[in-house]
Design a protein around this ligand. Sequence first.
Ligand SMILES: [Zn+2]
Length: 296
Amino acid sequence: MKRLITLFFAAIMFSACQQQAPVEVLATTSVMADAARQILPEEIQVVALMQSNIDPHSYKPVESDVAKLNSATIVLHNGLHLEGKMTDILEKVGRSKPVYAMSSALKQNDLIEVGPNVHDPHIWFDLNLWARCVEGLGGFLALQYPDYREGIIANTERYAAELRAAHADFATALMDVSDSNRAMVTAHDAFSYFGRAFAIEVKGLQGVSTAAEFGVNDMRSTAEFIIERELTTVFTETSVNSKSIEALKEAVEQKGGEVKLGEPLFSDALGEQGTPEATLIGAFKYNTTQILNSLK
Ligand SMILES: [Zn+2]
């Protein structure tokens, strides 16, 4: 009998674990989740739909994601088609609850155009630009959670100032690097806003979306760029398969050049929870340390 009772309770516990607790604020990627965590009080739970190492361009929501999207009070996303395979579901969810796009705080002329009416979505490593997105988010969340309004506004101001300070610190560190040495190559075009902000010429082997294929010409022109600019390092990214960059290294060597693979940069996803790189500022500091070492 005792055993039966134990089994009965174990079954109840198991079924309770199977049921997902409702999510308060659901963000598509870790970058968006970090922004919300920095400015919301701790008691408001923020969850990222995509974990570390996940590529948002090709991510298709699974059944449990749809359940999370449906149960969340608020949904945050980047916009500008970063979450390319989630456009329909975000629009559908937006009919019944607030769905906020971080990029909505920016104006058309803040954005890098990559095609007719198509804009580069990777706005977060220009920390000055992202600080404005965070201020927009703060205004939105203050309206959604009026009981916490004052704290949200204070946190938003503090965090936006921290972002701008980290940006200024890297600009100062870069002063030792001559204009002609400011160039870098990564797996996909995630660093164009970063490059524009710091006058670094950035080339990605793949386009702004990892969903786009790259061809022989892209491989050849990128290899030539590395040799011409005498780059010592090419960077893989944590959320992108490194095979393409390994092939690029071989292409450089076939042309008589030499280049090494740098530590993977954080681009579309931040680091694992519990590491310094789980925050945008932590990931930015990590990336810029690697990049600075490669440029000197
Ligand atoms: Zn990307």
